[in-house]
Ligand binder design. Structure first.
Ligand code: PLP
Length: 396
């Protein structure tokens, strides 16, 4: 018999598993090249060659007890220092190894941050649509998830409702920019207003509210759009980062948390987060890939390849009569469903071998997410099928 807290996860899990199985069934029946699978955010661009070379070199060059051994729970000091210096070069900050904790991807970064700050019953605010795992992560620490409804015109955060939802019990806010699932990048104006609201509410309630910035898509930004670095705007910011998308390493499980000295109770918070890394069971981030990151700290993925996909899909779909906010970052496009019930649209798509994720999976019904981290051919070949789907939905 399983724990009660796990029961809802089993029910939801079956929906995700069904989608995965459906994809496999269609690929077996029609051939993978005839299935347009936009369901999963697995990077289509391979990890840079330098990353692969660094893995080989490190294995050959390094003493096994170092490369495979235990280390400080926050991660190798030299790796953290190298990343801190890279951030300082890029953002004009003043971090050192002390401010960074290497984590098992962004998922672990968020968990460690939340474990360090949330008491049972305290509220964590998120903006719909959002990465649904946030609910599970907040629940891990018996926090209460508070959702701000979407501004479907722009998909920038709905700041009026945000201000109304902050209470004396608000402990943290999670933002994600560039954004999954909309591809929106929060503008500097938005960030300044959001920070001003938080400052005001901290004063009003005499509390500390942390802003957790979940940034696995930081480098995936197009058209020269500015992605603000949030510690510049709000002292109590904790950054959670991941190399899953930026270096196409999701299976390697590597990321970090940044806790700036300016954050309230910073020294204790850093210690708490380091202990959280250990007692969450991760102990420390994987050692070999930490060292790889240090050697490839300024490497970039092929952003142009995603940009090419973005343009082809956005232009192709809008020409067919579909509606969507133009994505500026990440590798997702959030399409308005022609049917009120987007699950009906997802089902209709399957008839044309198009796989999409319903917006309900991001707490935003009426929309579907397309992950365009696929081959360019998949995008081009999918457009005639989207045209047929548009006809069926009455768009043409
Ligand atoms: N946050 C967001 C918004 C994501 O989209 C993802 C993964 O898709 C994660 C966090 C988790 O990333 P990681 O694989 O690094 O744990």
């Amino acid at each position: 018999m399983i724990a009660k807290k796990m029961e809802p996860f089993l029910r939801n899990n079956s929906a995700i598993r069904m989608m995965f199985e459906e994809g496999n069934r269609l690929k077996a029946q029609y051939g993978p090249e005839n299935v347009f699978d936009f369901s999963i955010g697995n990077p289509s661009v391979p990890a840079p060659d330098s990353v692969r070379q660094a893995i080989i070199d490190l294995v050959n060059e390094t003493e096994p007890t170092v490369i495979h051994g235990y280390m400080p729970n926050a991660g190798f000091v030299d790796v953290r220092q190298t990343i801190a210096e890279s951030l300082n070069r890029r953002f004009g900050t003043d971090f050192s190894a002390r401010n960074l904790i290497m984590t098992v991807g962004a998922g672990s970064a968020l968990n460690i941050a939340l474990k360090s700050i949330v008491n049972p019953g305290e509220e964590v605010i998120v903006f719909a649509p959002y990465f649904l795992e946030y609910g599970a992560y907040v629940g891990n620490y018996d926090g209460v998830l508070v959702t701000v409804s979407p501004d479907t015109e722009t998909f920038q955060p709905n700041l009026k409702e945000f201000a109304e939802k902050i209470t004396a019990n608000t402990r943290a806010v999670i933002v994600n920019t560039p954004h999954n699932p909309t591809g929106v990048v929060y503008s500097e104006e938005t960030i300044k207003k959001l920070a001003a609201i938080l400052e005001e509410k901290q004063k009003e309630f005499g509390t500390v509210i942390y802003l957790i910035s979940d940034e696995p898509y930081r480098e995936l930004a197009y058209d020269g759009v500015n992605v603000p670095w949030l510690t510049d705007y709000y002292d109590n910011t904790i950054v959670g980062y991941s190399y899953s998308k930026s270096l196409s390493l999701p299976g390697e499980r590597i990321g970090y948390v940044v806790i700036p000295d300016s954050a309230d109770g910073s020294a204790d918070l850093i210690t708490a987060a380091t202990i959280a890394n250990r007692i969450s069971g991760a102990v420390n981030a994987p050692s070999l890939i930490q060292k790889v990151i240090a050697r490839c700290v300024d490497e970039k993925t092929d952003v142009e390849a995603y940009d090419k996909n973005r343009k082809a899909l956005y232009e192709g779909l809008t020409k067919l009569g579909y509606t969507c906010t133009k994505p500026q970052g990440a590798f997702y496009l959030f399409l308005k469903s022609p049917f009120e019930d987007e699950k009906k649209f997802v089902e209709a798509g399957k008839k044309y071998n198009i796989l999409m994720v319903p917006g309900t999976s991001f707490a935003c019904p009426g929309y579907v997410r397309l992950a365009y981290c696929v081959s360019y051919e998949t995008i081009i070949n999918s457009l005639p099928r989207f045209a047929e789907l548009a006809k069926e939905c009455g768009l043409q």
